[in-house]
Design a protein around this ligand. Structure first.
Ligand code: GUN
Length: 293
């Protein structure tokens, strides 16, 4: 059997195209969705991610602003800029690219972002909302995975889901979002003993471990759905996911490629969150969330 390919680029294109009439409705009210991205320091990977986000904004016609600070920026200066962006009517979404230098209190930074502009979904309110079902913005990568599963017609309710990776950005919110959709979720992490005894049970396996090729065919159930969130740059410059794609594709029912799977969806959900924020500011959208989490 050869697995069905879950094409994140294609779904991302469809979702971005579907934004056009919503942008037109906002334009009639004189509003262009605006995203501010704050980049601290010179981390090359962060610079690439920020560049992708800004280019995506330009491609769909959003207003965007990149705010760069040197690694030595003081916490007060950073917080001050966030406070002024919170009050800026041209900006509907604020994103602080992580990681931040050690002398900056990341939690303090994330909590300074106005909840209604927290399009990354990292503010404590939005994180807590994942538990209680009152989140305003879901974090972009897990939100993108849910959209992929839904678009593929993959049932979540009642399925055994195993999430490999327990980060605040992907693993933990992913587990909560799938649990609230009725899945039975196990979270595995760096201290998990015998990872395979968990992964072999998964109907849906989501891998966000940051370890290239971690998941090999013997670790998955025949016919499983595999979502690879890993983006690992190899010494030869190529990008590789966390799963052995070539090995798994003969065994599983459906699988995301890397690149071209989850990656394009992450940026698209950032655009979606920013658009929702602009719609809320325009009074077009009143509810807190697009779909109950
Ligand atoms: N660093 C790695 N992933 C992310 C992300 O999704 N958002 C932000 N702000 N920083 C990141």
């Amino acid at each position: 059997m050869s697995a069905r390919l879950i094409d994140g680029r294609k779904l991302a294109r469809i979702l971005r195209d579907e934004m056009a009439p919503r942008l037109a409705a906002l334009a009639e009210r004189g509003i262009t969705p605006g995203l501010a991205v704050i980049l601290v320091g010179e981390d090359p990977a962060s610079a690439v991610y920020v560049g992708n986000k800004i280019r995506a904004c330009e491609a769909v016609g959003f207003h965007s602003r990149t705010i760069r600070f040197p690694a030595e920026v003081t916490q007060d200066e950073l917080l001050g800029r966030i406070v002024s962006l919170n009050a800026d009517p041209e900006i509907h979404g604020i994103l602080v690219q992580l990681p931040l230098p050690d002398h900056i209190d990341m939690a303090r930074v994330l909590e300074t972002i106005a909840v209604e502009k927290d399009v990354d979904g990292f503010h404590l309110y939005n994180v807590g909302g994942l538990v209680t079902g009152s989140t305003i913005f879901s974090p972009c990568t897990p939100y993108g995975v849910v959209k992929l599963l839904e678009a593929e017609g993959i049932e979540i309710q009642g399925q055994n889901v195993v999430v490999v990776g327990a980060s605040n950005i992907v693993g933990k919110p992913m587990a909560l979002m799938l649990m609230s959709r009725g899945a039975t979720v196990s979270i595995c992490h760096i201290h998990t003993r015998d990872l395979a005894q968990f992964t072999i049970l998964a109907d849906i396996l989501v891998v966000a471990a940051g370890v290239p090729g971690l998941i090999i065919p013997q670790m998955v159930k025949r016919g499983a759905i595999v979502i690879d969130v890993g983006i690992n740059r190899m010494p030869d410059g190529s990008i590789r996911g966390d799963v052995d794609f070539e090995g798994l594709k003969e065994k599983v029912a459906a699988i995301t490629p890397v690149p071209g799977g989850v990656g394009p969806m992450t940026v698209t959900m950032l655009l979606e969150n920013t658009l929702q924020s602009a719609e809320r500011a325009a009074g077009i959208r009143s509810e807190g969330i697009e779909d109950p989490v």
